[in-house]
Design a protein around this ligand. Structure first.
Ligand code: GPK
Length: 806
């Protein structure tokens, strides 16, 4: 479509939809019109993609995830369709700013953080690599809460995103399936086989809403299928009371806002079974329509379990094969192992899901029976080869609890971690017992990001410089960013990149001014920590360093430091009081410092509200320092580290998660690392000899800073300050903040020094961009496709399956 055609279409569509002319239409109407043109255009390719998959019986993967975090889709769809520039120009000729329309779209926030965003980055890359792959999740009526600060406290507001209209989804009543909950089950002999007989319980209908996942200029459009709940018409009489109806509606009502925390509620378990059962049933129905032997299903279908939340896929698949399709247990189990694969996203113990037997019996009794049988057979089979200790530690059911990670590992052919260090920790420490049993199941797949969203879409200024300098092959082949390494000594390119950064900083400064009323200088260093608020991520250590600078400047206002703006974005789980205390402390410190005339604007602290995908797109292009400061071993991978690097920020990092691979990629001179290593952390655990109190007593700087939390220096944090102080002293500083603090300050001083040499700084920035290509999710999903899912690019995609240049 060219510009003239587009303008014509736009005017016609607006008239069809609203009987209006451009000059009379509101931005919402204009947005709906544009969305309608985009979606009706890709719809043809959408049906062609799935027909291709079906007609040529290609193997497909189904990515089961309880969270997806796509953010806004309009611009991304335009970019991937190759329309972005034409549409932007055409609209502007009609007097419309594309950016204004983009703002209208609500963020689709059906996820908490890294895990959900990763799922959406994968959806983009799977489609962009012409891979046959689908998402499977829940269509929550309320997305992740909206965060507001009231007197510096986090307040959560509901995110009602649907009433604003979701133009991308298509409801498919004809594809609905029924899911049964509760009641009881007993087994009866039928023609020599045991068959389940259900008593009581209730049945709900799962109705899918499909959203097209548009691949990058390749004609592929895949499906993200999100399930909503409905009461089946024929079951109406079972749901007479308001209570009953509410119970059903609740199933898809809210996304649990706990990140890395097992919610521990029956509703959560019901949500998990709901989307698992609906998804697996619809896959099996599809497969049976292909009229292929059931024994061959693993040649055509792969199911991926994203973290343990969908681990019941294993039992549900067994249920359907054994109860419904009459397969023998052994055969069904073999197929299940071949079809299923699992990704672990954390080693934090509290995030490893466990459910009580009673609760699972209550929610899905047949699934419990099947898990019990899997467990029984595992114990029986292992008893001839292995010692009891090992068996007891690895079995699924222990002490009345069902260990979902154990189910996921024992019932799948692949378990992967999300960065090298994380996968090694799984093998050697956390899941070592399983590794001893099944070494070949374990592998690493370092995370990746949707490269184009986090560069072309979020950072047009940088993109322009890159295109002029190295051409645009990097759009499709992100590792071609490496071509930039030819320009490390090219002053013109270095300055152009710096100018792009400055432009982005000015934009962010304007946003900060508008939303927080804080004046920040675009000449200052923009230092960014954006991620969920969690003790292990150590936002507190960042705050302590800010306080250190503050006290130094108070003592010596002439102290020469380059002005810095410390920018935070983070939501805390509503029930995570400690994380909320840290938010309050940062906000109060910001207030104190930003208004202190002695500081002369040398440091500013900005905590932006409601961090989400769209805000990330505004912050990341403007960032110069990327704070990746988790305690070594605790951050499985991290992905903001990759996004910030791609946008030319210098990483200040512990040797944790993917930071280690970033250091390998850019070289030691182009990253600033500090802190305990994995080995050192484990030595402390072994010897149990970390005494945070000693670090407090022996270091006057730490003392001064910690006292500020309890002596009124930071105002209005009587309770929060005490809670933070106690966590470090009385409760022994679980994440070694005091231990790493001095080294962190040393690293920060290096950054301050480096920034004085702007040429060197610009080189570092360029080298970070140039080496970010390997962290494209395009690469990551390719590895999953080859090693785990055994799926191939669709040969009849517009790229013929192979990567080509634009
Ligand atoms: C891990 F276990 C979890 C979780 O419940 N939520 C979540 O966002 C994150 N994660 C890790 O904390 C990150 O290190 C990682 O990059 C991300 O998952 C994606 O793998």
């Amino acid at each position: 479509m060219d510009k003239i055609e587009f303008k014509q279409t736009f005017i016609e569509r607006l008239a069809e939809l609203y009987a209006m002319e451009v000059s009379d239409a509101t931005p919402i109407e204009l947005y709906q019109t544009l969305g309608s043109i985009v979606s009706t255009t890709y719809t043809k390719q959408w049906s062609k993609s799935w027909q291709d998959y079906r007609d040529t019986k290609q193997k497909q993967v189904y990515y089961f995830s309880i969270e997806f975090l796509p953010g806004k889709m309009l611009k991304s769809n335009l970019l991937n369709m190759g329309w972005l520039e034409i549409v932007e120009e055409a609209l502007s000729e009609l007097g419309i700013k594309l950016d204004d329309l983009i703002e209208i779209e609500p963020d689709m926030a059906l996820g908490n953080g890294g895990l959900g965003r990763l799922a959406s980055c994968f959806m983009d890359s799977i489609a962009s690599q012409s891979l046959p792959g689908n998402g499977n999740g829940i269509r929550y009526r309320y997305g992740l809460f909206k965060q507001r600060f009231v007197d510096g406290h986090q307040v959560e507001l509901p995110d009602e995103w649907l009433p604003k209209g979701n133009i991308w989804e298509v409801r498919k009543d004809s594809k609905a399936v029924d899911v049964h909950f509760g009641g009881s089950v007993h087994l009866e002999e039928h023609h020599g086989r045991l068959k389940p007989v259900y008593h009581g319980g209730y049945t709900v209908r799962a109705v899918p809403y499909d959203t097209g996942m548009v691949g990058y200029k390749n004609g592929t459009v895949n499906t993200m299928r999100l399930w909503d709940v409905a009461i089946p018409a024929e079951e109406e009489e079972h749901y007479r009371s308001i209570e009953d109806r509410r119970m059903v509606e609740e199933l898809t009502s809210v996304l649990y806002p706990d990140d890395s925390n097992e919610a521990g509620r029956k509703l959560r378990l019901s949500q998990e079974y709901f989307f698992v059962s609906a998804g697996v049933q619809s896959i099996l129905r599809y497969y049976k329509n292909l009229h292929l032997p059931l024994e061959q299903i693993s040649r055509y279908i792969a199911i991926h379990i994203n973290d343990t939340h969908p681990a019941m896929c294993i039992a549900e698949f067994m249920r359907l094969l054994v109860d419904q399709e009459n397969l023998k247990w052994e055969k069904a189990w073999r197929l299940t192992l071949q079809v299923m694969s699992y990704t672990n996203h954390t080693i934090m113990a509290e995030a490893l899901e466990k459910w009580s037997i009673e609760m699972m019996q209550d929610v899905c009794p047949r699934i419990y029976q099947i898990i019990e049988e899997i467990d029984r057979r595992f114990v029986e089979e292992m008893s001839t080869f292995h010692n009891q200790g090992l068996i007891q530690r690895t079995r699924i059911i222990q002490d009345g609890q069902i260990h979902m990670a154990h189910l996921a590992i024992l019932g799948s052919h692949s378990t992967n971690g999300v960065a090298k260090i994380h996968s090694d920790l799984l093998k050697n420490v956390i899941l070592n017992d399983f590794y001893v049993l099944y070494p070949s199941r374990f592998n690493n797949k370092t995370n990746g990001i949707a490269q184009r969203r986090w560069s072309q879409l979020a950072n047009p200024a940088m993109t322009k410089v890159l295109n002029q300098t190295i051409g645009d092959s990097w759009h499709r082949t992100p590792t071609d960013l490496h071509l930039l390494m030819n320009f490390t000594e090219d002053d013109e390119v270095l300055e152009q990149l710096a100018a792009a950064k400055l432009e982005n900083k000015k934009r962010l400064a304007a946003y900060i001014k508008e939303h927080k009323g804080i004046e920040v200088s675009p000449e200052a260093i923009f230092d960014v920590q954006i991620k969920r608020l969690h003790a292990y991520k150590r936002q507190l250590m960042n705050l302590m360093h800010i306080l250190k600078l503050y006290f130094e400047l108070k003592n010596d206002p002439k102290r020469d430091i380059h002005p810095r703006v410390f920018i935070f974005g983070a939501k805390a789980a509503p029930s995570y009081h400690y994380a909320k205390a840290i938010i309050k402390a940062i906000n109060e410190t910001a207030n104190l410092i930003n208004h202190d005339p002695d500081i002369q604007d040398k440091i500013k602290v900005v905590f932006l509200e409601n961090y989400n995908v769209s805000l990330a797109e505004k912050i990341i292009p403007a960032a110069e320092v990327s704070e990746q400061i988790s305690l070594a071993t605790k951050e499985a991978s991290g992905t903001s580290n990759m996004k910030l690097m791609l946008n030319g920020a210098l990483t200040i990092a512990t040797l944790d998660g993917a930071n280690i691979e970033i250091r390998e990629a850019v070289g030691e001179e182009n990253i600033v690392t500090f802190g305990l290593t994995e080995k050192e952390v484990y030595r402390y655990y072994q010897e149990q000899n970390y005494r945070s109190l000693e670090w407090y007593h022996n270091d006057p700087v730490i003392q001064r800073i910690l006292n500020a939390f309890i002596d009124g220096t930071i105002p209005n944090i009587v309770n929060e300050g005490k809670q933070i102080f106690d966590s470090l002293i009385q409760y022994h500083d679980e994440f070694f903040v005091l231990r790493d603090f001095a080294d962190y300050c040393r690293a920060q001083e290096i950054i301050n020094q480096l920034y004085q040499d702007s040429r060197r700084w610009n080189q570092i920035s360029l080298i970070n961009i140039a080496n970010a290509g390997i962290f494209s999710a395009d690469n990551t999903v390719e590895r999953y496709a080859e090693d785990i899912w055994q799926i191939r690019p669709n040969p009849s995609s517009q790229l013929g399956g192979a990567a080509q240049h634009d």
